[in-house]
Design a protein around this ligand. Structure first.
Ligand code: KIV
Length: 272
């Protein structure tokens, strides 16, 4: 690890936006617990997202819809505690911001006040404009999320590419312009064609962070459990595995079990 990664300054929202202006790519990952958050921060990750993907990869649920405010607050608190430098953004869970802007303000405020987050992420386009405006007006940084928005999985019916038809591509492009006008400091573009992500990234002044959206975004994000090879059930095309931790963990646990059963652990040196 480089010393510059160890002695970085805290990334603020203006510093993140400045990276886009300078043409520096932004590296983002998800975290759900203190240990992982600390490691990712030490590695120099720019933005750590407490994703509601925790419902699936941390808690074994089928969708993100089951995530509650209390659960997200817990994950946010433990992740924030582990991070010194990265910008910490937390997902607002399903139904915590869609009912009305007042509830969204109250819930988003809890993530900053009680969770230690630097900002929140909300899914959705034009219908989210009023809420985004209310939050940003009172100083709560908001990240948008367009394209495949997992909280809408029951209406989409599947996790396929969004924005493939020119009609849907135009809707996503328009939504990107509108949420930018409303004040988002950045937006996730999930599973849309590269060309659409390029058009949006050139159009909006805030960093676009892609996941399955090709190389033209200002930054990239992956679910950490996917890129570390902890989640093996399936591998989306856009995921690159940088490690095979599932195998490493299974093998370490099996070695330990065999040592215990054979009486090889603990040794005299490991005993008092
Ligand atoms: O919940 C999540 O992890 C996310 C990322 C995939 C962007 O929203």
């Amino acid at each position: 690890m480089s010393t510059s990664a160890l002695h970085r300054e805290k990334i603020s929202v203006p510093r993140l936006i400045a990276k886009k202006v300078r043409g520096e790519k932004i590296a983002c990952l998800t975290a759900y617990d203190w240990t992982m958050a600390r490691l990712l921060d030490e590695a120099g990750i720019d933005l750590i997202l407490i994703g509601d993907s925790a419902a699936m990869v941390f808690a074994g649920q089928e969708t993100t819809l089951t995530m509650t405010m209390d659960e997200m607050l817990y994950h946010t608190r433990v992740v924030s505690r582990g991070v010194k430098n990265a910008l910490v953004i937390t997902d607002m869970p399903f139904l915590s911001y869609q009912v009305n802007p007042d509830e969204a303000v109250r819930n988003a405020g809890r993530f900053l006040q009680q969770g230690g987050a630097d900002g929140v992420k909300v899914e959705g386009g034009v219908h989210m404009v009023e809420t985004i405006r209310r939050l940003t007006d009172i100083g709560i940084p908001v990240m948008g999320h367009l394209g495949l928005t997992p909280q809408s999985i029951r209406s989409f019916g599947n996790y396929r590419l969004r924005g493939k038809s020119s009609k849907e591509a135009d809707q996503i492009f328009e939504a990107a312009r509108k949420i930018t006008e409303a004040g988002v400091f950045s937006m996730v573009l999930e599973k849309i064609p590269s060309e659409l992500a390029r058009r949006i990234s050139e159009e909006v002044g805030v960093p676009t962070i892609g996941i399955g959206a090709g190389p033209h975004c200002d930054g990239q994000i992956l679910v950490t459990n996917d890129m570390l090879g902890l989640f093996e059930d399936f591998k989306p095309k856009f995921v690159r595995r940088y490690a095979n931790l599932a195998e490493t963990i299974r093998s370490a646990a099996a070695d330990y079990a065999s040592d215990v059963r054979d009486g090889d652990y603990p040794s005299t040196e490991e005993s008092f």
